[in-house]
Design a protein around this ligand. Structure first.
Ligand SMILES: Cc1cc2nc3c(=O)[nH]c(=O)nc-3n(C[C@H](O)[C@H](O)[C@H](O)COP(=O)(O)OP(=O)(O)OC[C@H]3O[C@@H](n4cnc5c(N)ncnc54)[C@H](O)[C@@H]3O)c2cc1C
Length: 465
């Protein structure tokens, strides 16, 4: 089912794409280079052409050309992915969604927006601000809504608002034969037919190209943030588990391990106790927050935590979350020449403390440099290696053990970054051979020529003997 690339057919496809799109079909080296990689550690690979459609109809024409000449086609959103999903590893067409950037409709009363796949989440929230609504899924990077849909993204807000799967109501998708399919509706729930929307959410562009997304919006909350240090990493994790079990509604809760707090302190703009630390954000009215924070302070203290520290509304809160966003790039800066490799496992919350502690111990034994940070309210954490080229093999081994540990605990190889290139080898261990075979059948049914982002997500079948 692999797309076949020959120089001749690719040249024909390129000529047709240039006729269709003019200057919006580029074979310039600098443009190809910009689409050869994402933010992951995976090797870069250039496409042969980059196309920038402006409408769903143009996307359909592009896909028809790709199908006619059997040329691979890989969607490119903001390129902030961390698993190599947007890298066109078999060359061909990189379809950049940046010009699908229309905010088509904001239905404030319904708390729904319809947006083009290329709309960036920060731009959307800027436009929404006056409506009192926002789109809460926040993967840290200024990702495109199409990319976030296709990776099943989440982030710091997911503990309260859910992930992309819960926040996408419907899609417009161009399928591998160039047909335009609408899925879902603007209703907030539906029991009608197969759930095609969720088939495409998280499919990483291997089943279709998403061109429009209908998303849920939420009221902008009153929010205030706090942080607390803990005598032990286990204490920090167990505090979160108790907060969750008590059903307390927090906006965000993020774990930073002690080495990462060391990075913040060395940066010098803010001094924290050199302890494993939780950053909290509470949402609600002042009296709700007061009641909530008293209960949380008591749980924190039971687990060896310091009293909650309040950096203050406004600037203090902004600084806390900017620190969370930036601290991993500061850590990389401390190791010149290093590359980042983040693991992304998610486990049942009852297994979280053990899996994190075993991971920290494994990393410490290895002598590698890595930091643990996590959306622990969801059971999702990142062990982020900052490694030099000669350490790559060792990082792959420790990363592999993190995934195996998570799967053994009933968890998943990827809580939010997707399978892309790096996690394909774990798909069968996580889902079983039958489920992977079913995924492969779905792929073949929807993309019989294998032109959509080939080499991603579903592992290639064993060659027949
Ligand atoms: C500093 C940093 C922090 C991050 N933190 C988080 C985090 O907390 N949570 C999280 O979930 N992610 C996180 N990420 C990863 C990244 O931001 C997400 O994976 C995001 O969803 C990728 O969106 P994108 O627009 O950059 O997509 P890209 O990287 O361009 O593409 C990602 C995948 O989606 C496919 N794709 C893109 N657009 C479409 C489309 N329109 N139709 C079909 N397929 C498409 C691509 O082919 C590729 O397979 C982080 C990244 C960085 C750099």
């Amino acid at each position: 089912m692999n797309a076949r690339l020959s120089t001749e057919t690719t040249e024909l496809a390129i000529a047709e794409l240039k006729t269709l799109l003019g200057a919006r079909a580029s074979t310039g080296l600098s443009v190809l280079d910009l689409h050869a990689g994402d933010e992951s550690h995976h090797d870069r690979h250039r496409p042969q052409i980059v196309v920038s459609p402006e409408t769903t109809a143009e996307v359909a024409e592009i896909v028809k050309i790709a199908a006619r000449y059997r040329v691979p086609i890989t969607a490119f959103g903001a390129g902030s992915g961390l698993e190599g999903g947007a890298i066109p590893i078999q060359g061909g067409i990189s379809l950049d969604t940046a010009r699908l950037d229309q905010i088509i409709e904001v239905r404030a009363d319904d708390m729904i927006a319809r947006v083009g796949a290329g709309v960036r989440r920060l731009d959307l929230n800027r436009v929404l601000r006056d409506t009192g609504l926002f789109f809460p899924v926040d993967p840290g990077a200024n990702a495109s809504i199409g990319g976030m849909t296709s990776t099943g993204a989440s982030g710091t807000n997911a503990v309260r608002y859910g992930v992309m799967r819960e926040n996408v109501l419907g899609l417009t998708v161009v399928t591998a034969d160039g047909n335009i399919v609408k899925t879902g509706s603007l209703a907030r729930k539906s029991s009608s037919g197969y759930d095609l929307t969720r088939l495409f959410v998280g499919a990483e562009g291997t089943l279709g190209i998403v061109t429009e997304i209908a998303i849920r919006l939420h009221p902008i909350p009153d929010a205030i943030s706090a942080h607390a240090g803990f005598a032990t990493l286990a204490g920090a994790v167990n505090a979160v588990i108790d907060i969750k079990r008590a059903g307390l509604a927090i906006g965000r809760v993020e774990l930073l391990d002690q080495p990462l707090v060391g990075v913040i302190n060395r940066r010098g703009t803010w001094q924290l106790p050199a302890l494993p630390t939780l950053f909290f954000e509470f949402h609600g009215t002042q009296s709700e927050i007061a009641a909530l924070s008293d209960t949380i302070a008591a749980i924190v203290s039971e687990h060896g935590g310091t009293p909650l520290q309040w950096p203050g509304p406004g600037e203090g809160t902004v600084r806390l979350w900017e620190t969370r966003r930036d601290v991993l790039s500061w850590a990389r800066g401390e190791r010149p020449g290093s590359t980042s490799w983040p693991s992304d496992v998610c486990v049942p919350i009852s297994a979280l403390a053990d899996v994190i502690l075993e991971t920290r111990a494994d990393v410490d034994r290895s002598g590698l440099t890595a930091y643990i940070v996590g959306h622990v309210g969801d059971g999702n954490f990142h062990c982020v290696f900052k490694y030099l080229p000669e350490e790559a093999e060792q990082v792959a081994e420790v990363s592999g053990r993190i995934v195996e540990r998570a799967i053994a605990a009933g968890g998943t190889a990827s809580g939010e970054h997707g399978i892309g290139l790096g996690k394909r080898k774990y798909l069968e261990a996580e889902h079983g051979a039958e489920a992977v075979a079913l995924m492969r059948s779905l792929k073949v049914a929807l993309d019989p020529l294998g032109i959509l982002n080939p080499g991603k997500v579903v592992p290639d079948p064993e060659p027949a003997h």
